[in-house]
Design a binder for this molecule. Sequence first.
Ligand code: SAM
Length: 276
Amino acid sequence: MNEHDWAAMADLLELEGAAHDHYLHQAIGQLREHDPLRVLDVGSGPGVAACELAAAFPRAEVTAVDGSAELLARAERRADRLGVRLRTSVAEFPADLAGLPRADLVWSGQTVHHVADQQDALNRLAGLLEPGGVLAIAEGGLPSRWLPRDLGFGRPGLQARLDAAMAEAFDRMRAELPGSVPVVEHWPRLLRAAGLTGTYSKSFLVEHPAPLAEQPRRWVRLWFQRMREALAESLDQDDLTTLDRLLDPDDPDGIDRRADLFLLATKTVHFGRNRP
Ligand SMILES: C[S@@+](CC[C@H](N)C(=O)[O-])C[C@H]1O[C@@H](n2cnc3c(N)ncnc32)[C@H](O)[C@@H]1O
């Protein structure tokens, strides 16, 4: 596993998945015609996509695969709550991928970028496909938006500066993965290099207008807390003060209470098919 403490991020990951479930509905909708009988969600985390897959394909055996047993336990509880059939399997990537059963559909959301050699990871994921099977990789998209450009305090344009700092942090995260291999992140081309055909990318909009409901608002709070911690060295004092004010539960202009908080996001999924 890499440097993240994934289990400690369980609430963040589950709330994030739920806040973005509209994109999962749409992306999984693209796959309905394939009617898979065996499905793997590789890097499932707390199982939001895995449960959506299990609901969309009730005939299928769906397995959530992750390196974190704690997150998989969470996925099992989610499946019980939602009344869907879900299996789980602990596996470390990329080493344990070869031990997984072949599948008609392999889904992997926001996980390949945590593996040092992304092309190798895609090769191994493609190697799990049955003939004619589909690999769907959620990577990229656009940075999310939550707040007006001018918040009413601090320097306008905070979100653009957060994007820039996050991009730097992402770059550092990739560079620090042991054995990190730089690659042009042209996902359809990487999928073709993994031997897949008919590759394409499609983006899906997630829109929760203001005022944001309680559950996605909790995710925004956790995400801002994470940015405040992760970017403490990268942002200037003005922006850190603005973040502290946004995170103050007693401040009427903080994210817990302000009426203009929204969520606007775009998620991109890259699809490729194994030869029949
Ligand atoms: C950013 S989360 C994505 C969770 C979910 N797929 C989503 O889209 O929200 C990445 C997941 O990949 C798992 N993961 C990351 N690197 C891993 C590795 N090397 N081996 C096994 N699991 C790993 C983590 O435990 C975590 O659940």
